[in-house]
Design a protein around this ligand. Structure first.
Ligand code: ACM
Ligand code: ZN
Length: 509
């Protein structure tokens, strides 16, 4: 058993040498490219019902060894995910040779992911996509061996969860009386235009518990863990529209409407109000029961502190807890929720700002900023968080934000700003700048789709694909990736398949 392990490690370490086999072969157009591919003469009929599965504890987690010979197909794996990914590789390898017959080339593959976190993030608050779009995205994620669906379900502009016991959440939080009229202030060049409203009611749009359980099960069948995000203490305006008493100044929420324009809202959760904290605990407790995964995202980004400065309850909290000032309130509430999740056998995940202060090491960071942007809080870089002993998922704005432009000559869709080309995505290294000794804390990365300027499935697909192909290969291979030229060759083939299957995939120029 031990010897096998050494062989595996050697195989993975020698990836660069082995990948030469794959590069030499035009027939092997897999994405992500496996770690080691050896092509042989001949083919084997493709029949998913006739695969010989062999348990092999020497194969790493989520990995597989696939042996296709004219006699049949053998899959060696130590877990179900590995068996599943071998099946996905076979599906990609299979070629149709007649109306009713497919074959796979004879091949020997050894494969295992570099990173355990290979994610895609979807914001359903600014615009809502619905179950069918989510399922279609989960199908594509599985095809490319992505395994974490980070679902952004609560924000200033919309609350998408029908939580038992809190009927006002969807009554008020899941519907906006209007949205911004212009497709993008960046393209009008006028900040004034940015906030003009269209007068059109948006919603109510939300998921019931049974919808959520259906999506969780659908994802699990594809070896994808759903990571729900419940934002706190900022980005909660839609919840405050439902329950104004949980704001520092309830009178600011008199309209009972979520925030109508994009951007960051100043009215946030009142940290001094025990009932507000109890509300969040009840929501997160329910979330823990509906989502069986081991991680819950609790937001933490872009939380302005100005309301806390003049709120008597928040000031009383600072006194009672011996805190220095309002700057200590977010770390205080973060610690409380990290522990709340620990008590339920879960780990907290949050955007980099939530790691400011003394936060328990079980808390996972999601590194998005490379600079001090957003609400202006001091940056906690992914490298710094990892060096402090936090596990980190890397999602920097300059590589992983799918709502940024993709640098196409012509593009009918609107973006928030920036330019992240397909090649730029491919050049992403989640461990770049992270000290050697802290790299074991880098769990992987994720492509993020924020939906201020993404209205529907067609728009979403265009922004996600083909860039998610590049990120999927980065997360699977890491340092072992073989270069953009060969990736681009394969990406063109996959784009053709995506388009043929009805996916609105952007061109590769
Ligand atoms: C973020 O993009 N505000 C995490
Ligand atoms: Zn307050």
């Amino acid at each position: 058993m031990k010897d096998h392990h050494v062989v595996w490690r050697l195989a993975l370490a020698c990836a660069a040498v082995f990948a030469g086999f794959a590069e030499a072969s035009a027939a092997i157009d897999l994405i992500p490219m496996p770690v080691k591919v050896e092509e042989r003469e001949g083919t084997c009929p493709y029949d998913p019902g006739k695969i010989d599965y062999i348990a092999d504890e020497s194969v790493p987690k989520e990995g597989y060894r696939l042996v296709v010979s004219p006699e049949g197909v053998k899959v060696f794996a130590s877990d179900d995910a590995g068996r599943f990914y071998a099946g996905e590789t076979l599906r990609q390898l299979a070629k149709r040779i007649s109306e009713s017959e497919k074959v796979v080339p004879c091949v020997e593959i050894e494969d295992a992911p570099r990173y355990p976190w290979r994610g895609f993030h979807l914001d359903e608050c600014r615009h809502f996509f619905g179950k069918e779009t989510v399922k279609s995205m989960l199908d594509l994620m599985a095809r490319y061996k992505l395994n974490r669906f980070h679902w952004h379900l609560t924000d200033d502009q919309g609350w998408r969860l029908d939580v038992p016991g809190y009927p006002e959440l969807v009554r008020y939080g899941a519907v906006r009386s209007a949205s911004v009229r212009h497709r993008c202030w960046a393209s009008t060049g006028s900040k004034e235009d940015a906030d003009k409203l269209n007068g059109t009611r948006y919603g109510p749009y939300f998921y019931t518990e049974s919808d959520l359980r259906e999506i969780v099960a659908y994802a699990a069948e594809r070896h994808i863990q759903v990571v729900p995000e419940i934002e706190l203490p900022g980005h909660v305006y839609a919840a405050l529209a439902a329950y104004p008493e949980f704001a520092c100044f309830p009178e600011n929420l008199a309209a009972r409407d979520p925030r109508l324009v994009w951007g960051i809202e100043s009215d946030v959760l009142c940290i001094g109000n025990d009932r507000a904290l109890k509300f969040m605990e009840n929501v997160i407790d329910w979330t823990c029961r509906v989502f069986p995964g081991d991680v819950v995202h609790i937001g933490g980004d872009e939380c302005p502190q100005e309301r806390w400065k003049t709120c008597p309850k928040c000031q009383a909290r600072i006194k009672a807890e011996g805190l220095k000032d309002v700057g200590d309130l977010q770390p205080w509430v973060t610690r409380r929720f990290v522990k709340f999740l620990e008590a339920r056998g879960k780990r907290a995940l949050g955007w980099d700002e939530y790691l400011l202060g003394d936060i328990p090491k079980s808390a996972i960071g999601m590194s998005w900023r490379e600079d001090r942007v957003g609400a202006g809080h001091e940056l906690v870089s992914g490298a710094a968080a990892a060096a402090r002993g936090h596990d980190v998922v890397m999602t920097p704005t300059s590589y992983c934000y799918l709502d940024y432009g993709q640098g196409l000559k012509e593009d009918p869709f609107t973006y928030i700003f920036g330019k992240i080309t397909l090649e730029r995505c491919y050049s992403f290294d989640p461990c770049a700048g992270v000290p050697e000794e802290a790299r074991r804390h880098i769990l992987g990365g994720q492509g993020n789709n924020w939906s201020e300027y993404t209205w529907n499935e067609y728009d979403l697909q265009w922004k996600a694909w083909p860039r998610m192909l590049a990120l999927a290969e980065v997360f699977w291979l890491g340092e072992r990736k073989q270069g953009y030229a060969d990736f681009e060759r394969r990406a063109r083939i996959h784009r053709g398949r995506l388009v043929a299957s009805g996916i609105n995939c952007a061109p590769i120029e």
